[in-house]
Design a protein around this ligand. Structure first.
Ligand code: PEP
Length: 256
């Protein structure tokens, strides 16, 4: 089995205004582990990407964007293109976060358009998948994850998979304080990896792809989650807004 470097992302969502965002970024440059045993990215709100980017420039923290539009330019009022993000120093993008799927209404087809465009633009992609509570209770967890993975990655070439990370984020666990048990999360991750091996690519590629867990990961539960064999770090929301908590999660992921 391939050893995978864990990857931890901090999704600030629509939180933190200018001074707060700059303050958190400054604290992170001072407190995040400098080890190369974990990759770390932060995803500030769009309006503060430039300011935060300046602060983390020269550190090992990658600048990420929470969303973008897949067209290169044109009459798409309110949207931001990949080349605009590149201008701002962004190198990682979140795609298909459950809040975009379930609150904003993004479809699998739009998610796939974004994945293909981001890979073409040489971005690192974090593709989020995950079931709702209703789907979990109906026993559909693995089918939903497989569907979102296959549709999201349709048309992606094998050689582009080095740019792709998946994030398994059960919708019912995001921002709720409820966390999947390590065993449930591990089972979902393993099924996603099997889908990559059997239905899209091959075992070698599936073994190399990092799959983050997201859904109320905190310093107190990061160790048991990240200790599972198919969990390769986390996508963190609430706990990413506190430098000490985010740093502790990154330390934990690095030490697994
Ligand atoms: C997220 O925003 O992707 C997330 C997992 O949020 P939280 O950690 O707050 O559940």
């Amino acid at each position: 089995m391939t050893s995978r470097k864990p990857f931890v992302g901090g999704n600030w969502k629509m939180n933190l205004h200018g001074a707060e965002a700059q303050n958190l970024a400054t604290q992170l440059t001072e407190s995040l582990p400098t080890t190369d045993k974990v990759d770390i990215a932060i995803f500030p709100a769009f309006g503060y990407l430039a300011q935060v980017g300046k602060i983390i420039e020269g550190s090992s923290i990658k600048l990420g964007a929470q969303d973008f539009y897949h067209q290169p330019n044109g009459a798409f009022t309110g949207e931001v293109s990949l080349s605009m993000l590149t201008d701002l120093g962004v190198s990682v993008v979140l795609i298909g976060h459950s809040e975009r799927r379930h609150v904003i209404g993004e479809t699998d087809s739009l998610v796939n358009d974004k994945v293909l465009a981001a890979l073409e633009a040489n971005m690192q992609v974090i593709l989020c998948v995950g079931e709702t509570l209703e789907q979990r209770e109906a026993g559909k967890t693995d089918a939903i994850n497989m569907g979102q993975t296959l549709l999201g990655l349709a048309g992606v070439k094998a050689e582009q998979m080095a740019q792709v990370t998946l994030a398994y984020e059960p919708v019912w666990a995001i921002g709720t304080g409820k966390t999947a048990t390590p065993a449930d999360a591990q089972s979902a991750h393993l099924h996603i990896r099997q889908a990559l091996a059997q239905s899209l690519f091959n075992q070698k590629i599936a073994d190399a792809v990092r799959i983050q867990y997201g859904g109320s990961m905190k310093p107190g539960n990061a160790s048991e989650l990240c200790g599972e064999p198919d969990i390769d770090g986390g996508l963190i929301g609430g706990a990413a807004l506190q430098a000490a908590d985010f740093a502790a999660i990154c330390e934990t992921a690095a030490s697994q």
